[in-house]
Design a protein around this ligand. Structure first.
Ligand SMILES: Nc1ncnc2c1ncn2[C@@H]1O[C@H](COP(=O)(O)OP(=O)(O)OP(=O)(O)O)[C@@H](O)[C@H]1O
Length: 359
């Protein structure tokens, strides 16, 4: 039922303030059948426009969209067999849950018993039993989004497109719903493209993440790889938050580099596909949670300038030199030693957790 989606040189230009503006810039992507891929990036980077082109709501300026190898770029929206879930649930306020979910099936002129059976199945699938007679204004935001999902799933689409579907929900419900969406998508095996600007949502939901920036694709990877092997500073910074420090490559070895950081020699690994020579400047990416603190015993040390308790961890900002500050996130338990602001601390980072990018 589900399909492989290929985006080939997909480009969309708009006219903005009498100038041509490229919202989606030569995007190439293969989404395998049954895969959940998130499009992740800051506001305005072209995520929604990409999704709308796949749905058929926007016509590409250039490039093509293929489903299982056949070109659907010029195929009408209603012939693409796509389900689209919006941020605003877009339910009909004057229809109850049953009629909202049945709407698309009636438009397809299915018989009453088939409609009834499919609606019941879809409502059960999204965990909304016994709500058939209720109207949207009698439901919570989470329940309304479930109805919107049931309405789309009732049509058994080959492709599921979701545009920030959880943005209107509170944080706790969002976490619950994303697990539900993942479970449903895997259960149905439907190919899914999911737009979000929330990196946690992307990391927890996706088989692979497409990081977009200013209309183009920065990197496409599994969540684990993206986190461990960012290909650019943009990705490193956007995913997970990162300390970014400048160093100089001192020597290059098989599998590791020696880098001078504030005149201290540390070891790091080169980012995937990047190579260095002694003397090169390098941008070092260090995740705050990969740092451990200990009493000062060598030159890798600094002064704690801020300490913030966040419940399950303590965040420290450590001044290394006049212009470099390191953020460390230390898991907290009652046994954890809590350090004072103003005190000196040493720190270590596993070599594998320091990634060098070309500066
Ligand atoms: N119809 C349009 N006419 C002109 N410009 C447009 C149009 N639609 C989108 N844009 C512009 O294209 C760029 C990309 O928009 P898009 O909605 O795809 O971004 P996004 O990554 O989904 O952002 P957000 O997370 O804020 O929704 C933006 O600068 C937007 O203003």
């Amino acid at each position: 039922m589900s399909v492989r989606i290929s985006l080939v040189h997909l480009t969309k230009q708009f006219t903005k303030e009498q100038a041509i503006f490229t919202a989606v810039d030569d995007v190439n992507l293969e989404v395998t059948s049954g895969e959940l891929v998130t499009l992740l990036g800051p506001s305005g980077c072209g995520k929604t426009t990409t999704l709308r082109m796949i749905a058929g709501f926007e016509t590409p300026s250039n490039g093509s969209i293929l489903f299982d190898g056949s070109d659907v770029t010029s195929v009408m929206v209603n012939k693409r067999d796509i389900g689209f879930v919006f941020q605003s649930y877009a339910l009909f306020p004057h229809m109850n849950v049953f009629d909202n979910v049945a709407y698309g099936l009636r438009a397809r002129r299915l018989g009453p018993s088939e409609i009834s059976k499919t609606v019941e199945e879809s409502i059960e699938l999204v965990g909304l039993k016994k709500s058939n007679a209720l109207y949207p204004n009698q439901l919570s935001g989470g329940e309304q989004q479930r109805v919107a999902l049931a309405r789309v799933l009732a049509l058994k689409p080959r492709v599921l497109l979701m545009d920030e579907p959880l943005s209107n929900l509170d944080a706790k419900l969002r976490i619950h719903m994303r697990t539900e969406i993942r479970r449903l998508q895997k259960h149905l095996g439907v190919t899914c493209l999911y737009v979000t600007h929330d990196q946690k949502e992307a990391l927890t939901l996706a088989d692979r993440i497409v990081v977009m920036n200013k209309g183009h694709v920065e990197q496409v990877e599994t969540p684990f790889e993206l986190y461990a092997n960012p290909a650019s500073l943009f990705v490193a910074d956007f995913i997970g938050g990162a300390n970014v420090l400048q160093g100089i490559i001192e020597s290059v070895h098989s599998g590791y580099l020696e880098v001078s950081l504030n005149n201290v020699l540390i070891t790091a690994r080169a980012a995937a596909g990047q190579s260095f020579s002694p003397g090169d400047r390098a941008t070092l990416v260090i995740r705050p949670e990969s740092i451990s603190l200990h009493p000062v015993r060598d030159a890798l040390s600094g002064r704690i300038v801020t300490r913030t308790f966040v419940g399950d961890r303590i965040d420290y900002e450590i001044q290394l030199s006049a212009d470099s500050v390191l953020r460390a996130e230390i898991p907290y338990s009652y046994a954890t030693q809590v350090l004072e602001e103003g005190s000196e601390t040493g720190f270590t980072v596993n070599m594998m957790d320091i990634v060098a990018l070309r500066a």
